[in-house]
Design a protein around this ligand. Structure first.
Ligand code: KMH
Ligand code: ZN
Length: 274
């Protein structure tokens, strides 16, 4: 079994800065978070950007500035979210690749998302996948539900392997509307993955954070943590910041004899562009 890829998803598109002042929403805060999380054991960062009012944005200027700043200050693999927020139009979500990230998220189907709908119709998935191949960006397939595994298979069957030839999946559990954050759901999804998959990680939203983390480590998977997914460190205590979640994940990984992968090892695992 290999070491552990720890992804940090520091910001997301859902939380309010006013409610969580430690949420990194400015470029300076994002860079400081990236540096701290790399030191704590993260090797990949999943980025959503916020505008000057701390609102989610897919504006290319913000995206490019963040990609450049994180590259200048860390060795982290830089992944941009193409999911954005539930309000972002599909056409604008495709323009994310113009910011030239190493990797991009690619959600494999529409899902209920709390009271909202996170839209990912087949045509959009397919266009995004082909664009990522053309731009030499490595997609991370986001699986919110068991059926999404079959949509991912359809992409691979229709269009061949992603750039680099590796297939990395993230199982997103615990979203109200998607698969639950239980060991059983994680293992059902893992068992359904096709042979083309070369690595997978798992994310537990909210209270699913720790059980899913422990399940993934035990089953040979990698980890995604961060305030996008969970803001509670313990039942009655909010996280002080993203690095605290990364540090705890790294401790778990060490204890499981699967220490955090370096950024270089993660680049090799995912086959991102040099
Ligand atoms: N913000 C969610 C609607 C992704 O980054 O690709 C979608 C999301 C998934 O966070
Ligand atoms: Zn995201």
């Amino acid at each position: 079994m290999t070491g552990t890829l720890i992804t940090v998803a520091p910001t997301g598109a859902e939380l309010d800065k006013a409610d969580h002042p430690q949420l990194p929403t400015t470029l300076d805060e994002l860079v400081a978070t990236a540096v701290d999380c790399e030191a704590a054991g993260a090797s990949l960062i999943h980025l959503h950007l916020r505008d000057t009012e701390h609102r989610p944005t897919l504006d290319g200027g913000y995206l490019r500035a963040a990609v450049e700043a994180v590259r200048e200050t860390t060795d982290l693999v830089v992944q941009l979210s193409t999911g954005g927020s539930v309000h972002d139009p599909l056409s604008q979500r495709l323009t994310v690749l113009d910011a030239d990230p190493d990797s991009c998220s690619l959600t494999c189907g529409t899902t209920n998302f709390g009271d909202d709908v996170f839209l990912n119709p087949w045509g959009f998935m397919s266009d995004l996948y082909v664009l990522a191949q053309e731009r030499e960006v490595v997609p991370e397939f986001e699986i919110f539900d068991l059926g999404h595994v079959w949509s991912m298979r359809r992409l691979l069957d229709r269009h061949g392997l992603p750039f680099g030839g590796r297939v990395h999946v993230d199982l997103v559990t615990g979203v109200p509307g998607g698969m639950p954050g239980t060991p059983q759901a994680v293992m059902a999804a893992v068992q359904a993955l096709p042979p083309e998959v070369t690595s997978w990680s798992a994310t537990g939203i909210g209270r699913a954070h720790l059980p899913v983390l422990a399940t993934a480590l035990a089953a040979g998977g990698h980890l995604r943590v961060g305030m996008e997914d969970n803001v509670m460190y313990a039942k009655d205590r909010e996280v002080s910041g993203n690095a605290e979640l990364v540090a705890r994940a790294a401790t778990f990984a060490e204890l499981m004899q699967r220490p955090p992968l370096s950024c270089e090892e993660t680049r090799a695992l995912l086959a991102v562009k040099d």
